[in-house]
Design a protein around this ligand. Structure first.
Ligand SMILES: Nc1ncnc2c1ncn2[C@@H]1O[C@H](COP(=O)(O)OP(=O)(O)OP(=O)(O)O)[C@@H](O)[C@H]1O
Length: 413
């Protein structure tokens, strides 16, 4: 159904996907697993024709994607993207109905079939309750289900899903993947990038493990999720067992000793920074933080975890001595985590840091995603984290801080 052959995709000097070969047959879900930056999103982008390969080919049901129009691709493949923030404010119902645009001309009215597909997609994803609300007035997890409904409404032959469960509670994670199972049951196919290896093992028929743009293993979850594969691909210690309830392969990453020596400096503030501090502290890292506003939840979390913190009065100008103390901690850190939206001094400090990981509504290790205000372009080069060198434990702990529901309000300095 989906045939990817010797596919390579490059962005300038970066070869994001190298010589990847992969098939997804009718009736199966294939899980695409691998560390951040492995090339999963890029591979999905090449399959739905959004990204041009530098080499190789992609066929959907025998048709070469490079030779299909966008509309023809949309009738065959629907994508549930990782980034679900939509920059307009249509009602949920209309967002779902947009899945039908591949089937009619721009000014044509929705047919009875279109309406029936829209209704069924909303029913299956359980979003009817808020169908009349604006898309920017629903939570992150609800929005993710709306985007899945839009893809189902498109009635495609194949679904491409990029982290479809990332913002979902445990109930909706299982429901969503069960829906994908139902989707493939009648001979369609799904390829799903997914970070939760245990969920992947439970719901996918086969897995493809990607690392550094290459497919390093394919096969059954048991064959792919071995300790050796996981440790090599993710640079993490892993324990592979069987889940006591589901019986599926269960992967638990453990923090290796060397990672604990890393110094992490947290900039920003608010709940997101508080969670970054708590998770990193629990993972055993040496942490410093600030400049944080005194009285802020992040400052409270820092105090509770005995973190060395530079604080200043909220909204007051930051004096040079305070800034210099924070700058000293930033210089000493191996990794700087920008959690929540940092303005002014903190943004300047981040711009001076060698390696910065931005934590916002999810982790971005490569492309900075600012949720409010303009993004300071000076930060961009600093944000392209060298994944090879980023201690795996830092990355995992940071990911655990991602708040799926609420983009964090700015904690100004
Ligand atoms: N538009 C782009 N320009 C330059 N480099 C890019 C671009 N998009 C992705 N990359 C790079 O390509 C590589 C693969 O990125 P990709 O987003 O496909 O990884 P991923 O496996 O989906 O990661 P994640 O798990 O973090 O979502 C990374 O090194 C990334 O920095």
């Amino acid at each position: 159904m989906i045939d990817v052959e010797d596919l390579s995709v490059g962005f300038g000097d970066v070869e994001a996907v190298s010589d990847a070969t992969l098939t997804v047959d009718r009736g199966e879900i294939v899980g695409l697993v691998g560390p951040n930056g492995a090339g999963k999103t890029t591979l999905l982008g090449a399959i739905n024709g959004l990204v041009d390969p530098t080499d190789g080919s992609v066929r959907i049901a025998g048709d070469d994607v490079a030779e299909l129009s966008a509309r023809a691709i949309a009738r065959r493949v629907a994508t549930v993207p990782q980034e679900t923030s939509l920059s307009f404010s249509f009602p949920v119902r209309e967002v779902v109905a947009m899945g039908r645009t591949a089937y009619r001309s721009r000014f044509e009215r929705a047919s009875a079939t279109d309406r029936e597909h829209t209704r069924r997609a909303m029913e299956r994803t359980g979003i009817k309750r808020f169908a009349d609300r604006a898309i920017d007035e629903v939570s992150g997890g609800e929005r993710q289900r709306v985007v899945l409904a839009r893809a189902l409404c498109q009635d495609p032959e194949a679904l491409l899903l990029d982290e479809p469960t990332a913002s979902l509670d445990i109930n909706h994670q299982v429901r969503t993947l069960s829906l994908v199972r139902e989707f493939v049951a009648d001979g369609r196919a799904a390829l799903c990038a997914i970070h939760d290896l245990s969920l992947a093992a439970r719901f996918c028929d086969r897995l493809a493990l990607l690392a550094d743009g290459r497919v390093v293993a394919t096969g059954s979850p048991e064959a792919v999720l071995t300790e050796a594969h996981v440790e090599r691909a993710f640079d993490a210690d892993a324990a592979v067992t069987r889940h006591p309830v589901t019986g599926a392969v269960d992967v638990t990453a453990t923090t290796g000793g060397a990672e604990r020596d890393s110094r992490v400096h947290v900039l920003g503030g608010g709940r997101m920074a508080a969670r970054a501090i708590a998770t990193l502290a629990e993972a055993g890292f040496t942490i410093s933080a600030g400049v944080l506003p005194s009285g802020d939840v992040a400052t409270e979390a820092a105090t509770a975890h005995g973190v060395e913190t530079v604080t200043a009065e909220p909204f007051a100008p930051i004096d040079e001595r305070t800034r210099e103390r924070a700058a000293g901690a930033v210089r000493e850190a191996d990794v700087v985590v920008l959690a929540g939206v940092a303005e002014g001094t903190n943004r300047g400090l981040a711009a001076e840091a060698g390696r910065v990981v931005i934590v916002e509504n999810g982790l971005s290790n490569a492309e900075p995603r600012a949720t409010t205000g303009a993004f300071d372009e000076r930060l961009r080069p600093a944000c392209v984290v060298d994944v090879e060198r980023l201690p795996a434990g830092v990355e995992r702990a940071i990911q655990a801080t991602a708040d799926p529901e609420q983009p964090e309000a700015a904690a100004d300095d």
